[in-house]
Design a protein around this ligand. Sequence first.
Ligand code: SF4
Length: 197
Amino acid sequence: MQKIRVVEIFYSLQGEGANTGKPAVFVRLAGCNLDCSYCDTDWKSGKEMSVEEILLEIKKYPSKMVIWTGGEPTLQLTDEWLSHFSEFYNCIETNGTNSVPSGIDYISCSPKVSVEVLRKNFSKVNEFRFPVKKGYILPDINDLPRADNYFLSPIFEGNDLLQNKKNAENLEFCVNFIKENPTWILSFQSHKFLGFR
Ligand code: SF4
């Protein structure tokens, strides 16, 4: 079977969304089809790994939750590839540009595409996590594919996370929006605040 390009595999707690606090093995796949200005992820490096090599790495850890992240993991993940990981609870973090393989158990979509593209790619996801800056125009929740949870994630940049004026404005914008539109929920990238990956 074809190898897949992997940036890193590490064991940590999920820091965002409905699975916050759950231990999981993160498999960061290389490559992305977008180039967001606020992206803080290294997805350009990576080395080729086989199914066997990844399984060996993942099985070092006690958690059965695997989070396929990136970059954009749908660029490489296929049904055939995921069939070798069926003993795990497979989660994906995707930007919404492509549909996901059927072997995925949990879809977390952080959309960077139009509502029309999301509707084409998904009938339902487990969670949406919109990265939001002050002034961002959010879609009507009724136009989005169904989700168990709709999160707003204020964008935090730089080192002094809450001392940074722009970050504080992004947070305030999200809080006010959610108070007005109570189906939405605030999600933090808590790992950034707590200092774990
Ligand atoms: S889609 Fe995600 S990984 Fe790709 S550039 Fe944007 S923030 Fe970075």
